[in-house]
Every structure is written in C-alpha cells, then in structure tokens.
Design a binder for this molecule. Sequence first.
Ligand code: NDP
Length: 314
Amino acid sequence: MATRKRVTILGSGPAGYTAAIYAAMAGLEPLLIHGPSTGGQLMLTTTVENFPGFANGIMGPDLMEETRKQAERLGTEFLQDLAESVDLSAQPFLVKTASQEILTDSLIIATGASAKQLGLASEKSLIGRGVSYCATCDGFFFKDKIVYVVGGGDSAMEEATVLAARAKTVTIIHRGDSFKASQRMIDKAKREPKISFSLNSVVEDILDAGKGEVTGIKVKDLKTGDVQELPADGVFIAIGHQPNTELFKEQLELTESGYIMTDGVKTSVAGVFAAGDVMDERYKQAIVAAGNGSSAALEARWFLSEKDAESSAS
Ligand code: NDP
C-alpha cells in the first residue's frame, strides 16, 4: 500500500535539506528521499569559504552533516532509496522507489547535478581505474603519481590543489587560453609548485583501456594541432555538471540544457517545486540552493493551505 505524505523532497544537498527544515518547521512532516550517498556535491569538496556564518570556513561534508541533523531534529523523515519514477499527471503525485510507493500532495525536486564526462570511450571504461571525478574521494590512491586534471573552472583548481598534497605532479589541461576559475582559486593553484598548466589543449584519448588501467594520455595542442602521448597514472575530470532531470523529462518543462524550468521555484506543474542546481543554471552556489530550498518549502506550504481551503469550501 502506498504511503501518503503532504510534502516529499527528492535530494539531500543544501536545497533538499533546507526545504526539509522549513517544511518540518511548518508542521508538514516532510519525507526526504535520497540515494546511497547523501549531502550532494558539498560532500566532495574541502573547505567552503563562502557559506555565511562560518568565520573560518567549514568543510563541505561537515556543513552537510550538521544541516541533515538539523532537518532530522525538526522532524524530517528520511528514506534511503532511489526514486525510480514519478507520475506528476494527477494529484496526489506518485513517487515510486525500489521499495515503496509514495503518494504526495506536493513535491520538491532538489536532485542536483552530476559530473560531466568528456565523452571518450576510454574514459568510460577506465572510471575507477585511474579516471575519477572527485579528487577528495580518490586522491588518496595517487601518492607520488603523475596525474592530470581536465577543466578550467574552480573545480579544476580545487581538484588540482587537493591532488598536489599527495601526487608527484599535477597538470591542469584546459581547452581555453584563460581560466573560468576565480582569481583566488587560480592563485592558490599557482602557488603550489607541483601544479603546472597546459592551456589550449584537449585530451583526445586516455590510455590504456586494453590494460584496464590509466598509463597515459593523448593530448592535442589546439594551436599547433600536435598530438603528444604523455605518461599518466590518473586523470581527474572537472568540467562542470549536468542537472539530474532524467525522471522528469516527459512531465515537466525543461530548459534547452536540461534544467527544470521554473518561475521562482514553481515548475510547470502546480504543486511541484524545484530548488538548487537542478533548476539553477546561473549561480550554482550552495547558499543559493539553500535559499531556493526554503522558498520551495514556503511555496509548498502555501499551495497546500490553498488546496485545503478549497476542499473545505466545496
Ligand atoms: P564551470 O562550469 O565553472 O567550469 C567548467 C570548466 O570546464 C570550464 O573551464 C570549461 O571550459 C571546461 N569544460 C567544459 N566542458 C569541457 C569539455 N567537454 N572538455 C574540456 N573542458 C571542458 O564548472 P566548475 O565545476 O568548475 O564550477 C561550477 C560552480 O561551482 C562554479 O560556480 C564554481 O565557482 C563553483 N565551485 C566553487 C568551489 C569553491 O568555492 N570551493 C569549488 C568548485 C566549484 P571553458 O572555460 O572553455 O568553457
């Protein structure tokens, strides 16, 4: 038999947890569904310097753990189980997970975004065998090794800085001739003697899929067209993220790049709200996601009050 909820939240990053805090404070007894890993992208980062309230910064995983405890203390119910499908065509909405069916009067989508891939066949087959998307998670395995980081944003700078603590050398490979990263992060990477930079370059292939481990990379210089084969033990891809909107493709309006289209936090279906990186193509900041989460919970509360008023009037 399906469980009935007033508010169901999908996702456990800053947006999902903050939505849970606000919904719980409103007495809506929210259910928050999350996958095997909780906390979202901040679980994969080190010090967060720009989240207000922490004079000396805070570690991303600590921030998320505290926020989760806050949501729990205030009355959020957590379900660890991936949502496999949703039906948003009629009220109440139906969320199916591997183990449960949940009927919910409102839904807050905070499923975030996932790391983008370069799209090379060798990249796919070497994931976990030298190809990684998270230096904080996997950097440990590259002590005294030769590693490359692909990308030119803050993530690439951060990944390189994390890796430099253990690796022998770290080279950032970037397709452009200037970085998208903030000057502060670039300066931090430049101060690290183990880090070097290869601009106007792209990774054409990662070797050696046949051996089942990373042994080298093929890098193309975009200015000269030259392709070089270089020894490598690890390749960290840090080229941004794509929104996790697969479940909602046929049911909600999405932007051209696949984010949930919103008016504020309202989606194209009344009673369904979206918060955080799943709908935020522009800012992609934890504090913005948290703000969206609170707005989504407030909107859900107002939506439910109106619905209650309508049904008691009829
Ligand atoms: P960004 O979108 O900022 O940067 C992605 C980078 O990858 C760009 O330099 C882009 O190149 C490059 N790129 C994209 N696609 C490809 C491709 N197919 N091949 C090669 N290169 C590619 O993503 P980030 O993940 O770096 O950052 C996302 C957000 O998170 C930002 O707002 C950032 O500030 C924030 N952040 C903050 C951190 C902190 O404060 N500690 C740490 C990490 C991220 P091009 O420049 O040519 O477009």
